[in-house]
Design a binder for this molecule. Structure first.
Ligand code: BG6
Length: 458
């Protein structure tokens, strides 16, 4: 359904996500002329329109250095507030008055998932569920059963094509670019299978701790926070077969087919870690067994990838912040020049987005001595600044393009894959802050360890 929105309704307009990500993204969309409809913020607050507009300005200034006063003014003028409790039908009656008759609305739920059902019911009760899309933030469920229950709840008022499930990694330009890199070129695709790839390593490292999110994080842990959603969606783009077309459902069919082939994780192939001092974080239970780090080996049981392990690690308080994929190629059939390290293709999907091919070339001088040289492209340098994920997400939600939202069948497969490692009762292994995780994780890809990830250009 690609009906463009006539109004954007933002539940949770006074919250953290709105302040840090959403309001700055709406400023950028206003600047580019992609947001021209009224924005109705909803929250339980004693603010009025004026106070909300001040908050919009503060949030935009905090995130964007060179704010254009005229653009900000346009966004502020378009913004209105409906204040009230989501459990109070009066809130939705007031919202119904604020939404012009017959308008097609995008309802964006930047609220805790426990409130999704209440808001959906409230909207339906005043007839606002019909000409509308419902956009919900992650996490979608806590496990497979709760995700299915949540879906059933939302399905009482919304059809699948009205439901947009946010995974903001799908709005990251370098993640979206995986599709173009892989299928607009013929350079990579012939190599991209068990025939030439020996193993794949995916790293999502963050060099910061859980900060003031202790109570949220402790109930979640790394697997639920970033693996079940963000990283399995990335893995799907990385390994799927070519979609029939670029259309949303063709892309999502291809992702679903890939995730169906990913074997359910075996806890014996998983290392869980926790950084030193995590238990002292405000909001973290004294007897917590929540992981802040995980390393695991995935197996893809299909024609293309059979026998190629996909090693993945993710964690907080690691030495750097990166989202990187390294494909390690098979060695040539015979080593003609002594011991040679295999070629590698590194896709950098976050800081310094780009690609690096590690090639061997002859060292100048006598003898055929191979040395490694990086052949690198920095996409930002070549292509210019990228849009922030929430800019893409809101632009697509307003336009009605579901391609970069998670379809329910992929969410179900992802919960199935991580199911056996959720809620592990054993203590995670401790690791020093700023290290690469607990010692046993180093050998997850094999005795040679993980491929080093030098900063781009180093
Ligand atoms: C969020 C997680 O979904 O993604 C955070 O809850 C994580 O723990 C964040 O830090 C990473 O997103 P980004 O866009 O900052 O890379």
């Amino acid at each position: 359904m690609s009906t463009p929105a006539d109004v954007l309704v933002l539940f949770g307009v006074t919250g953290d996500l709105a302040r840090k990500k959403i309001l700055p993204a709406l400023y950028r969309l206003t600047e580019r002329g992609e947001l021209t409809v009224p924005v109705v913020g909803v929250a339980l607050t004693d603010w009025d329109d004026e106070k909300l507009r001040g908050h919009v300005a503060d949030s935009v200034h905090a995130a964007i250095p060179d704010v254009d006063a005229a653009v900000l003014g346009r966004l502020q003028a378009a913004t209105h507030l409906v204040a009230g409790d989501y459990a109070d039908p009066g809130t939705f009656a007031a919202l119904a008055k604020a939404v012009p008759d017959g308008a097609f609305a995008v309802h964006y739920l930047a609220v805790p998932p426990s409130l999704f059902g209440t808001v959906a019911d409230g909207l339906a009760a005043v007839g606002l569920a019909e000409r509308a899309r419902l956009v919900v933030e992650k996490p979608f469920g806590h496990d497979l059963a709760s995700a299915e229950a949540l879906d059933a709840l939302l399905a009482t008022h919304y059809s699948e094509d009205q439901l947009f499930r946010v995974d903001h990694f799908l709005g990251k330009e370098p993640v979206e670019d995986l599709l173009v890199l892989r299928f607009a070129n013929t350079l990579l695709e012939p190599l991209w299978s068990r025939q030439w790839i020996d193993r794949i390593e995916i790293t999502m490292a963050e060099d910061f701790d859980v900060a003031d999110r202790g109570s949220f994080y402790d109930a979640v842990g790394t697997v639920r926070d970033v693996v079940q959603n963000h990283l399995l969606q990335v893995m799907a783009y990385l390994l799927m077969d070519a979609p029939l077309s670029d259309a949303a459902d063709d892309q999502r069919d291809a992702k679903h087919a890939l995730l169906r082939a990913v074997r359910t994780l075996d806890p014996a192939e998983v290392v869980r870690g926790r950084y030193a001092g995590y238990l002292d974080t405000l909001g973290v239970a004294a007897d917590s067994t929540t992981e802040t780090y995980v390393a695991a080996t995935f197996h893809v049981d299909n024609w293309r990838w059979s026998g190629v392990p996909v090693h993945l690690r993710a964690g907080k308080e690691l030495p750097v912040t990166v989202l990187d994929v390294v494909a390690v190629l098979k060695p040539p059939p015979r080593p003609l020049f002594g011991v040679e390290r295999p070629d590698r293709i590194r896709l950098r999907l976050q800081a310094g987005a780009g690609v690096t091919f590690t090639l061997l070339a002859k060292r100048p001088g006598a003898g055929d001595v191979p040395v490694e040289i990086p052949v690198a492209a920095d996409f930002r340098q070549v292509l210019g600044a990228m849009h922030e994920p929430y800019e893409r997400i809101f632009a697509d939600a307003l336009a009605g393009d579901p391609a970069h939202f998670a379809r329910m069948d992929t969410i179900e497969e992802a919960w199935r894959i991580v199911g056996p490692i959720l809620d592990a009762a054993d203590e995670p292994l401790e690791y020093a802050r700023g290290s690469w995780g607990p010692a046993p994780a180093a050998a997850v890809p094999g005795p040679q360890g993980w491929v080093e990830l030098p900063p781009p250009g180093a």
